[in-house]
Design a protein around this ligand. Structure first.
Ligand SMILES: N[C@@H](CCC(=O)N[C@@H](CS)C(=O)NCC(=O)O)C(=O)O
Length: 269
């Protein structure tokens, strides 16, 4: 909330600069680290650059948050979700009226941020109404399919390019661009929430694209694990313990591990 008064994530902090919104973050990284590889957003006076802009405009505005949380309230719209029912139930609870109350409590605890917390609390009810609106969720999923149909058509062009050049292709050309950042992460999220029957399952080139993304080293390293719930929980455990029990418990746990490790070495276990 201190970093961005809208209280939305993701936020990037780099060398004291605060950048929010994933589109702006990708543009920032592309500018600052432009010498590290092909541009994520190539210049607009090239075919590649124009294509990337077109597909970013189309994909970056998709309501991913609503696909994720809307389907928590309407699980029958999903198939083979990777979210167990207990997590869905807890998710619905966490997003309910208690969320607004928590934000109001935080407003009271942090007077300097009170206005931002109250504004966010006011948004909670509106967002809940949207998530519960089955007609709306069905409509945005239908709209998603229209966009994915256009993506599938574009991938047909890339397939021809690949046949002609023998080079591996992404959505807009040979390099992995900002449009691919959005598309690969979107497909991964749709898989997580159980929406492959509306995306990759009925579009063979999109399916092949998703498989290719999963083999792509940066995706493998940074994104792949996000769908692995047990791993995500274990990875976040120290932070969760720290948040709920404070630093003391973490220090104690670290000391116990250190003592156990020394004992194991001494006793040659
Ligand atoms: N277009 C934004 C969307 C970000 C977004 O939807 N963030 C959600 C992630 S769950 C969020 O922070 N929601 C909290 C809120 O709306 O208060 C982006 O790509 O950065």
């Amino acid at each position: 909330m201190r970093l961005d008064k809208t209280g939305m994530v993701p936020i990037l902090v780099h060398e004291g600069k605060v950048i929010s919104d994933s589109t702006r973050i990708v543009d920032y990284l592309d500018t600052v680290f432009h010498d590290r590889g092909p541009r994520l957003a190539p210049p607009l006076d090239t075919d590649l650059g124009r294509r990337v802009r077109h597909f970013r405009d189309l994909l970056d505005v998709l309501p991913v948050e609503l696909y994720t949380y809307g389907t928590l309230y309407h699980p029958d719209l999903t198939k083979d979700s990777m979210l167990p029912e207990i997590i869905r139930r807890e998710g619905r609870k966490a997003l309910g009226p208690s969320a607004a109350q928590r934000l109001r409590d935080l407003a009271a605890m942090h007077p300097d941020l009170a206005e931002a917390y109250i504004r966010k609390a006011d948004r909670v009810a509106e967002r809940r109404r949207k998530r519960e609106d089955r007609g709306l969720i069905e409509r945005i999923l239908d709209e998603l399919e229209v966009v994915l149909d256009e993506v599938e058509k574009e991938l047909e062009e890339r397939k021809k390019d690949k046949e002609a050049s023998g080079q591996q292709q992404w959505l807009c050309g040979e390099s992995f661009t900002a449009a691919d950042v959005t598309l690969s992460c979107l497909l991964h999220r749709l898989k997580f929430v159980g929406l492959t029957h509306r995306s990759t399952q009925k579009r063979p080139l999109l399916e092949a694209y998703y498989l290719q993304a999963q083999q792509f080293a940066p995706f493998k390293a940074e994104v792949m694990y996000t769908n692995n719930l047990p791993y995500v929980i274990v990875r976040n455990l120290p932070r969760l313990i720290y948040k709920s029990a404070g630093p003391k418990l973490v220090v104690w746990a670290a000391m116990m591990v250190a003592v156990a490790a020394v004992a194991a070495m001494v006793l040659k276990y």
